[in-house]
Design a protein around this ligand. Structure first.
Ligand SMILES: [Zn+2]
Length: 251
């Protein structure tokens, strides 16, 4: 058996393995997306919580300040009521009015901040609801992934053993060249030669469909050494159809 034929056996197992794990990979991708969205929601929650905490602190400060001003006004009123002169009375009144204006400014700010806080609380509930939904989807996605992994586990183990045996037959340099190709091209790593017209020497690559010189086909048939398509750089092989087509016609 030529090195290309030996390599082909490994390639066919690799292709089956890729096909077998496709659903598992899709399930893993889906789970990954759910986890990403969940962590985005978690960090949005942390941000909103922090904003709300800061805002509540500020509101509490303003409320404290308003209470202090109220007490001050109350105290000035008492003093004003026992004022001895009209001038003294007016002085108290002016001070009270100044404090009232200050208090009103603080109150306006506090009310704005309370409205903002309500907005943040609404955001919190929305994020919480989304998180609950997303957690449910993630649980389903996790189960799906486990199920997919379980249903192919035995078959994958079996095929990996088979691959190991077959790969042991392939020369190391050939195998490593193939493996780096497979990492990039997967199922397009190897392709059969297609015989369009044997007599006119018309051959093409089964992957990129570009023509292949007859010398390359001859070398592949005679020596079976590692042969690349000149156009797409995949590894070429002769499949049964090509081998049959190359047989001289029998009388
Ligand atoms: Zn090609």
């Amino acid at each position: 058996m030529s090195e290309t034929d030996k390599l082909l056996r490994v390639f066919l197992v690799d292709k089956q393995l890729s096909g077998l794990t496709a659903r598992l990979k899709a399930a893993e991708r889906f789970l990954g997306e759910q986890e990403k969205q969940l962590s985005q929601l978690e960090s949005a929650k942390v941000t909103v919580d922090a904003q709300l905490k800061q805002l509540s602190g500020s509101i509490a400060n303003h409320e404290g300040e308003m209470a202090r001003l109220d007490a001050r006004i109350e105290h000035l009123r008492t003093q004003m009521n026992s004022a001895q002169t009209n001038r003294e009375y007016k002085a108290f009144l002016t001070e009270i009015n100044t404090i009232k204006a200050d208090r009103s400014k603080i109150e306006t700010i506090a009310l704005e901040q309370m409205a903002q806080a309500d907005g943040l609380r609404a955001q919190q509930s929305e994020i919480d609801a989304n998180r609950e939904d997303r957690k449910k989807v993630r649980t389903v996605a996790d189960d799906e992934r486990t199920k997919r992994a379980e249903e192919i586990r035995e078959r994958v183990e079996q095929m990996k053993k088979e691959r190991e045996t077959l790969a042991g037959d392939v020369p190391g340099s050939v195998l490593s060249a193939y493996q780096s190709l497979y990492a990039r091209r997967e199922e397009e790593s190897m392709a059969p030669v297609e015989v369009q017209d044997r007599k006119r020497h018309e051959f093409n690559c089964g992957s990129c469909m570009m023509s292949i010189p007859v010398e390359i086909v001859n070398r592949l048939m005679t020596h079976g050494t590692l042969t690349y398509c000149v156009s797409c750089q995949c590894i070429l092989y002769m499949d049964e159809a090509a081998t049959t087509a190359m047989q001289p016609a029998k009388r």
